[in-house]
Design a protein around this ligand. Structure first.
Ligand code: 5GP
Length: 190
């Protein structure tokens, strides 16, 4: 998505060759006009797939997921992150290891909000090593729901997540795919 790529080049800040900060329009301050356009793009890609539920993960996926849910006219559910989990019968749960923060946490969704007859589109802000996305996929599978695919805002294609998830036959569509990034040479898209 050209508009998003231009915004990343204009406002993205490289912390190092692995981490891109986009706090000014995605991860802290949110550009809702841009989110609307991203939602339109997800609708163009997945609008004919019978999606009846959007699933994301707190916190940074929620904004884009909400605008996407508005476009698809369906509920948006977010998985909660818990440091340690009191076992419960009433939730689907999965473990996620964050390489960015170097910690493992449980993610949960109440069984009330994911059902076997759901057709789920996962939405998230970043795809890097794929741990967060794998966790969400596992929640959908545990619910017995149908996974339509995943819509990602920024994929760091030089990290293994995208390939790992696509090799499982899951459709992953990313609005911007970064081929490489470094302080010296900047950001290059696929
Ligand atoms: P993964 O589980 O695919 O390794 O990483 C996914 C999560 O890590 C994203 O939802 C995002 O919160 C965070 N993340 C990974 N890489 C980056 C990055 O370069 N920049 C930012 N802002 N977040 C990232």
């Amino acid at each position: 998505m050209q508009l998003l790529k231009e915004r990343i080049l204009k406002d993205g800040k490289l912390i190092n060759s692995q981490i891109l900060k986009v706090d000014s329009f995605l991860n802290q301050q949110m550009d809702i006009g841009l989110f609307e356009k991203m939602a339109e793009e997800f609708w163009r890609l997945f609008g004919d797939c019978g999606v009846n539920k959007i699933l994301t993960i707190e916190a940074s996926g929620i904004g884009v997921a909400c605008l996407t849910g508005q476009k698809f006219k369906c509920p948006v559910v977010f998985a909660k992150k818990n440091r340690s989990l009191n076992r419960s019968e009433n939730v689907y749960t999965s473990k996620v290891h964050s390489f960015t923060h170097n910690k493992t946490y449980d993610i949960t969704v109440s069984k009330e909000y994911l059902h076997p007859n759901d057709r789920v589109l996962i939405i998230d802000d970043f795809l890097a090593n794929g741990a967060a996305l794998e966790g969400l996929v596992s929640l959908v599978r545990d619910a017995g729901a149908y996974l339509v695919g995943a819509g990602i805002v920024i994929e760091k294609a030089f990290q293994p997540g995208g390939e790992k998830i696509r090799s499982q036959g899951i459709r992953v569509e990313s609005l911007a795919r970064i081929a490489s990034m470094s302080i010296e040479d900047g950001i290059k898209f696929v």
